[in-house]
Design a protein around this ligand. Sequence first.
Ligand code: BV8
Ligand code: ZN
Length: 245
Amino acid sequence: MPALCVLTGAGISAESGIPTFRGAQSGLWAKYDPTQLATPEGFRANPTLVWRWYQWRRSVVAEADPNAGHIAIADLEIALCERAPTSDDAHRPFTLITQNVDGLHRKAGSSDPVEFHGNLWENHCDACERAAGRVALDIEEPPACPACGGLIRPSVVWFGETISERAIQRALQAVQSCSICLVVGTSSLVYPAAALPQVALEAGAEVIEVNPEATPLTPLVSRSIRGTAGEVLPGLVAELIATFA
Ligand code: BV8
Ligand code: ZN
């Protein structure tokens, strides 16, 4: 049974009203560079500013719903996994890898996405790494860790931080064994996530890109569809399900 994997970036959440990472940052945050805020140095230099940026993003995401793009990907997973049910990671017919931390794929029904850059809703201590769970959105200062007094921070992967071993292992397993890799809504600028479609290509997979703009991946793929996730994915998913029928 051929396998399919999907890699998504911030663009798939754009039609849910969530600003992309490199798109014009809206409102209060327009004057900050996300690649400066989403770093350990940025947090340690100004913990309140970075904490409030994440609390603002959480408030935006809390109001957001999955769009037709997220739902199409969840439908694709159901269709492929119904045909070839397995609990063995090494033979999964479908794997979703997302760079997004907003949790919208899970909200759309995707069962077990590889959250390559972590999860916006979880927190842990910056000093002792003890899990701190969720924090109310009206908390305006990073809380103190009850165990060591260190600062609580969002459990996302910041620039300069390594991706979890488990996420890398699951993602590589998927891209090395898939026959089709669908890449949606990413500028293909952030590594190591941006290397994943290249691993799929080298392993002989067909890579299909969906993005309203060209990216550094575009010249390398056999098929690059200019359009948004919400417009393109419902029809493309129907085509892929028929292909894998
Ligand atoms: C690492 C979580 C090993 C946080 C994110 C110097 C020092 C250290 C590291 C580096 C360095 N120089 C380079 C690096 C590597 C660095 C990197 O790649 N930097 C880039 C900027 C060059 N990577 C790392 O640091 C990674 N770790 O390498 O560890 C290491 C360790 C120490 C030293 C060396 C190496 C960790 C990277 C993870 C960073 N965390 N997110 C948070 O969210 O706050 S990344 C962040 O960017 C988001 O997760 C986002 O998803 C991701 C990628 O961006 P995109 O998803 O592509 O979003 P973007 O806005 O860029 O593009 C949107 C796209 O959607 C566009 O193409 C647009 O056309 C399209 N679009 C718009 N609308 C739609 C659409 N598509 C479809 N439909 C639409 N409607
Ligand atoms: Zn602690």
